[in-house]
Design a protein around this ligand. Structure first.
Ligand code: ASP
Ligand code: MG
Length: 415
């Protein structure tokens, strides 16, 4: 039965890691596989800089693009001989970006973003496919635009499951296929993206449509941890996690998997393994319907760069059903997801990611109808399965401005 593997940016960020991925895959040579790659290293961020300077008509756009070219040139020279056809393929992909940059920015930031940022994934998959071929791992590089159909909500595109299922079933034929994460294609044939870190979701879509026996996400951490090792040095591995708990953890911002990843897997009961590409023999975490949550170990999740927006009626009347209706329509219109909300008699507060391309317009739209107050530069902390101990140790140095508790979860917003 076919399996889907996903390798993120860190796993292919330099020559050494690329070779490591080659070694891992050679061990699975007899296995039918679809392998999804993100852009290499921090290339998506670098391409976001290109887009930003392009839309601001900054003179630095070419400098920003040159960084992306240099990064890939170093990789290419580390793994291929000078006359390898990959050099032309990579050059042509950069020409595609240059074509976009030649035109004036057209006010459709999200559309421009998708056309430029998507090239990171085309670069990584072409390079990885050629490298794997070179080390004897036969594979076909598929253009995910022939596989995943989306609507035209650029930067946050929604899947058309019917067309996608049909296209994937028709086009994934070979024993080993390599394809791009994070991307899709609109009905007008434009490239779309599924939201940052979306290639986990891409891998889950492929696993779902192919009825895969499992999805393996290869990471630079040992598996799903009870906290982000970046903030908590004694983070512990959750070796077994149920689908439902994984959805909750990802929803609250656990960075190890994209929140949309679990639903399709749960629907078809496809186990998700999170394994370390640094120690591929280690077991990692298994997320499945059979998994018992390891125990009720507390999990800590941090989301940074949050903004808390409070709206109240200009006449200080109660916030009631029709206000809610309007508040949610404004959120939907601006494509903003809410991380936490709370209401009092006369105000309604929402905590959202402070995305500079969405939030200023959101605030303007609210201001047409409401008195709006906001507080930025905040962090949202979530503790799942909290207890007095985990709560106190976590809280002692925080300036908490809002707190919300349920039986299993505490959320705090702090400065
Ligand atoms: N390359 C994209 C990003 O960095 C998608 C992904 O890695 O999942 O967000
Ligand atoms: Mg990534």
């Amino acid at each position: 039965m076919i399996k889907v593997f996903k390798f993120g940016g860190a796993s292919i960020m330099d020559v050494q890691n690329i070779k490591n991925v080659g070694n891992i895959l050679q061990k699975y040579d007899s296995q039918e596989l679809v392998i999804v790659f993100s852009a290499m290293g921090k290339v998506t961020n670098m391409l976001e800089d290109v887009v930003d300077s392009y839309v601001q008509k900054s003179a630095n756009t070419n400098v920003a693009l040159q960084k992306v070219k240099d990064f890939h040139a170093t990789i290419l020279s580390g793994i291929f001989k000078e006359n390898h056809p990959i050099f032309d393929i990579v050059n042509n992909l950069f020409v595609e970006i240059e074509w976009v940059l030649e035109d004036e920015p057209n006010q459709h930031y999200a559309y421009d973003y998708d056309q430029i940022v998507s090239v990171g994934e085309f670069l990584s998959t072409q390079i990885m496919s050629a490298y794997l071929q070179q080390v004897g791992f036969e594979n076909t590089c598929l253009d995910v635009r022939d596989l995943i159909r989306t609507d035209n909500t650029h930067r946050n595109a929604k899947i058309d499951w019917e067309i996608t299922t049909d296209s994937i079933k028709r086009n994934v034929k070979k024993k080993h296929s390599v394809t791009q994460g994070f991307l899709g294609c609109t009905s007008e044939n434009f490239t779309s993206t599924l939201g940052r870190e979306g290639s986990d979701f891409s891998a889950a879509i492929l696993a779902f449509c192919l009825d895969a026996s499992e999805l393996v996400i290869w990471k630079d951490v040992p598996g799903m941890m009870n906290s982000d090792p970046k903030y908590f040095p004694d983070a512990k591995l959750l070796s077994q996690v149920s689908f439902d708990e994984a959805i909750e953890l990802a929803f609250y911002g656990a960075k190890v998997i994209h929140p949309k990843t679990i639903q399709p897997l749960k629907q078809k009961n496809i186990p998700l393994l999170i394994k370390s590409f640094l120690s591929p023999e280690a077991e990692g975490s298994i997320i499945s319907s059979r998994s018992d949550n390891t125990n009720d170990m507390s999990s800590f999740i941090v989301k940074e760069n949050q903004i808390l927006i409070s709206v109240s009626d200009v006449n200080l009347s109660f916030i009631v059903g029709n206000h809610m209706n309007q508040i949610f329509s404004i959120l939907a219109k601006n494509n903003v997801d809410v991380n936490l909300m709370q209401n009092s008699a006369i105000s309604f507060s929402i905590c959202v990611d402070n995305d500079q391309h969405k939030v200023p317009q959101l605030i303007k739209d609210f201001q047409q109808f409401y008195e709006v107050l906001y507080n930025d530069d905040l962090s949202l902390f979530t503790i799942r399965h909290y207890n007095d101990n985990s709560f106190d140790s976590f809280l002692h140095d925080k300036d908490v401005i809002l707190e919300q508790r349920s039986r299993n979860t505490v959320q705090l917003i702090s400065r």
